[in-house]
Design a protein around this ligand. Structure first.
Ligand code: NAP
Length: 261
């Protein structure tokens, strides 16, 4: 056929068309970027934060404007009952679920000699127990349907450690051990679970770091710049979609080549 009459066909496919993705902690930062990126690829989005404020409504509106169904839920992922209620409500509202992104996390820094038990528990509960609770909550639905993809957001701090972050490093390292085990338990049901371990990403969480410390961190990054939330979102998209159909148990270091990571 004459190419002038029939121009080359450009196939535009959406990687997550009509999938349902749960994202924990998507009221801002990396979680929000994942929500927007996944919605651009056609996924419906159920996300949570600890309160229903303007940020949650703004994210809902932004996602809906991309033509997908999107709903924010108030859920505390450090609490098992809250996670179970959240997932049950999503299944009722959306009908099914395909992907889970365990993104919610906090920091509460101090040197070990000054760190209180409350600080330790606070970070372990929010950053590690939450991953166990959410995985446990989605597992029955994914197991029954015989597929699912989970992406856990760890950190390079969980691999190389960091001053004043023993609690955070322990939680983020724990996510990796948890994932390696979950992979073995769930792989036979076609449930894939991968870890993305970002380095220094510009969000509100890192906004609190003093300027001098930021400069120091940047000298340790061969690419000489922090990462963006969208770059983390792209890595999650790879694992959550069919692009990563043979990946499970991976730990992707997403850190611009940072030392010790
Ligand atoms: P952020 O801007 O502080 O956002 C954290 C999100 O988690 C918010 O939406 C927050 O929502 C939610 N959240 C926190 N605790 C929660 C809980 N118990 N239940 C439900 N939602 C909760 O953080 P970020 O920088 O985007 O980080 C996102 C993830 O990436 C975290 O796991 C973090 O450890 C990891 N990470 C970040 C970096 C970085 O450089 N930024 C590097 C490596 C890894 P509400 O406040 O509305 O509850």
């Amino acid at each position: 056929m004459d190419r002038a009459i029939c121009p080359p066909l450009i196939l535009v496919t959406m990687l997550l068309k009509d999938k349902v993705t749960i994202i924990t902690g998507a009221t801002r930062g990396i979680g929000k970027a994942i929500a927007v990126r996944f919605a651009q690829e056609g996924s419906h989005i159920a996300f949570c934060g600890r309160s229903r404020g303007e940020q949650m409504t703004a994210v809902e509106n932004e996602l809906q404007a991309l033509g997908v169904k999107a709903k924010g839920y108030v859920a505390d992922v450090s609490n098992l009952e809250s996670c179970q209620q959240f997932v049950a409500q999503v299944l009722e509202d959306f009908g099914h679920l395909d992907c889970l992104i365990n993104n919610a996390g906090i920091t509460d820094d101090a040197a070990i000699k000054r760190m209180t038990e409350a600080q330790w528990d606070n970070v372990l509960n929010n950053d590690l127990k939450s991953v166990f609770f959410m995985t446990k909550s989605v597992q029955p639905a994914m197991w029954k349907q015989g597929f699912g993809s989970i992406v856990n957001i760890s950190s390079v701090v969980g691999i190389g450690g960091n001053l004043n972050q023993a609690n955070y490093a322990a939680a983020k390292a724990g996510i990796i051990g948890f994932t390696k085990t979950a992979v073995k338990e769930m792989g036979a049901r076609n449930i894939r679970i991968n870890v993305v371990a970002p380095g220094f990403i510009m969000t509100e969480m890192t906004g609190e770091i003093p300027e001098q410390m930021k400069q120091y961190w940047q000298t340790r990054i061969p690419l000489r710049r922090p990462g963006t939330p969208n770059e983390v979102a792209n890595a999650c998209l790879y694992y959550a979609s069919e692009l990563g159909s043979y990946n499970t148990g991976d730990v992707m270091h997403l850190c611009g080549g940072m030392e010790d990571a």
